[in-house]
Design a protein around this ligand. Structure first.
Ligand code: ADP
Length: 196
């Protein structure tokens, strides 16, 4: 419960969804078995995905989104965006000093991208697993990079690698108005009761 609470408050801080989640947090600590609230007590996660310029150029952006939908991930935010030099340097701050950074910048600014927030239980790890290794030539078949690309850089998607980074990246690109709160009719068929 402590770990769930920690994760929830981290996402709350970064996603700007304060009120509803603070309320949830206090209810969760009082009533752990009330399933609706337990979903949000850290088990249900939100992660961040960029469908990269190469995917839009190649006309596979829709297929990539379909793969996430088919898996059972819920789209809670989606927008088209064009990277600036500044935003690219911020997003790839861990790589700006690398000799190949100019290639990243050129590639990410070559065309617009699609930005997505996907929601699901363990969404960060699930989406990362679906994404595959960085180099498309080495990525396992069945992963997005394994199935759709041949490159280290032109590797079709970016996906957050931890819950903390997902929260930071979501707040970097989305504001509170970008998120859509809606019930999915298929929800009871995506998860068993004891997973919620
Ligand atoms: P990942 O996207 O798998 O999390 P990294 O965070 O290490 O991988 O790198 C971010 C992005 O930078 C990669 O997706 C890729 O587009 C680019 N990149 C990383 N390493 C290289 C490289 N050696 N040459 C060209 N581009 C690279």
């Amino acid at each position: 419960q402590i770990e769930r609470t920690r994760r929830l408050s981290l996402q709350t801080q970064h996603c700007g969804r304060g009120n509803r989640y603070k309320e949830t947090l206090s209810i969760v600590s009082k009533c752990e078995t009330y399933s609706h609230f337990c979903i949000f007590a850290g088990v249900m996660e939100r992660t961040f995905v960029i469908v990269k310029p190469c995917s839009l150029q190649r006309g596979i952006a829709g297929e990539i989104i379909t793969r996430f939908e088919r898996k059972g991930l819920k789209i809670v935010a989606l927008k088209m965006y064009r990277f600036t030099k500044e935003k690219c340097a911020e997003h790839y701050s861990h790589l700006v000093d690398k000799p190949f950074y100019p290639i990243i910048e050129k590639s990410m600014m070559a065309a617009p991208v699609l930005l997505l927030c996907l929601e699901g239980i363990d969404a960060v790890a699930v989406v990362r697993e679906m994404t595959g290794s960085t180099n498309g030539r080495k990525a396992a078949p069945g992963t997005l990079r394994g199935d759709y690309c041949m490159s280290h850089q032109e590797n079709v998607v970016h996906a957050s690698d931890s819950l903390e980074n997902a929260a930071k990246e979501l707040s970097r690109f989305f504001t509170e108005e970008d998120y859509f709160d809606y019930d999915q009719a298929v929800f009871p068929y995506l998860y068993a009761e004891d997973e919620l």
